[in-house]
Write a protein that binds this ligand. Structure first.
Ligand code: GRG
Length: 301
């Protein structure tokens, strides 16, 4: 199936701008005390990231006919959780990186203590937004489910757990199944959460649609990370906005290091086909989700 990229690229831009406006609104002003902490939070979140996760929230909402205003809070919350994870991931105790989104990492720009606190405060802010945003679903049971999903998938049984597996894997050899488990937790879990939070904003979803979206989310969550591993080999630092080759320099197991570059590229194509198949019960209203799956495997940053 041919997706009209010219139709969807502007929509992705629109979603990026939309979440930037929402994030600007939710982040504490930089001239309010404690100023240094607020400045660090804003520095990390408002840096030019791709906004992949909020885009997925909006795209799922659009595919399901949900008013985008209803998911601004969820889109902001997932990006804020992501930003916190990047700040902590870059710390000396973890990946010890100097460059993120083309700029000095948060602990380089500020200091280590401020970066740790900025991550902590951002994590709390994400849950504040979901519990507080008056424009999100008025159904408090659905909101509670959103909090449950976001906390579960960003915690030790999701992203933070994946990060623990990642840190323990440095210098070790993993098999493909072990690598996949790490990726599914570290990156895939938050990507799945984006789709689930949008889905929880409507009570009109059938079980079949829910299962189709879950299956789509799992495929693109993994393809995003496999492509990340590929870009660590084939990308360049200026385009990536972070150090190219950092994974291999740290002796981290990756898809290309385990199954080779070509097989990794085939893996992303296979996951894209799986994602499209999962969406087969939807009509053209889900084309934006099909486009995003293609973007994930073709991206260069
Ligand atoms: C510290 C709890 C904790 C978790 C860290 C997300 C993560 C877990 C680590 C980031 C390390 C990394 C490079 C993972 C690979 C995939 C990934 C999440 C890349 C960064 O996400 P993008 O490409 O970044 O969406 P931008 O900057 O565009 O938002």
């Amino acid at each position: 199936m041919k997706i009209n990229a010219a139709l969807f690229a502007p929509l992705v831009d629109e979603y990026q701008q939309r979440v930037d406006t929402a994030l600007e609104r939710w982040l504490p002003p930089s001239d309010v005390n404690p100023m240094c902490l607020h400045q660090a939070m804003r520095y990390a979140v408002l840096a030019p990231g791709k906004r992949v996760r909020p885009i997925l929230v909006y795209a799922t909402a659009a595919a399901l006919g949900i008013d985008l205003e209803r998911v601004d809070g969820a889109a902001s919350a997932v990006e804020i959780i992501h930003a916190y994870s990047l700040i902590h991931d870059d710390l000396p105790a973890m990946d010890d990186d100097d460059l993120r989104r083309g700029r000095p990492t948060c602990h380089r720009k500020f200091d280590e203590a401020t970066a740790i606190l900025a991550g902590d405060a951002l994590q709390a802010l994400a849950f504040y937004i979901i519990s507080h945003d008056p424009k999100m679903t008025p159904d408090s049971a659905s909101r509670l489910q959103m909090i449950e999903k976001l906390s579960l998938f960003s915690g030790s049984r999701g992203m933070a757990g994946g990060q623990a597996i990642d840190l323990a894997a440095v210098g070790k050899s993993l098999n493909v199944a072990e690598l996949e488990t790490m990726h599914i937790h570290k990156t895939g879990a938050l990507i799945c959460t984006c789709i689930q939070l949008a889905a929880l904003s409507t009570d009109q979803l059938s079980t079949q649609q829910q299962q189709a979206l879950d299956s789509y989310a799992k495929s693109i969550g993994l393809s995003f990370q496999v492509q990340d591993d590929i870009l660590d080999v084939t990308g360049d630092t200026a385009t990536l906005g972070k150090a190219q080759g950092a994974d291999s320099a740290r002796n981290k197991p990756t898809y290309p290091s385990i199954i080779g570059l070509e097989a990794s590229q085939e893996k992303t194509r296979e996951l894209h086909r799986k994602a499209l198949k999962a969406l087969s019960i939807f009509g053209e209203e889900a084309d934006i989700l099909r486009y995003i799956s293609a973007w994930f495997v073709e991206r260069s940053n």
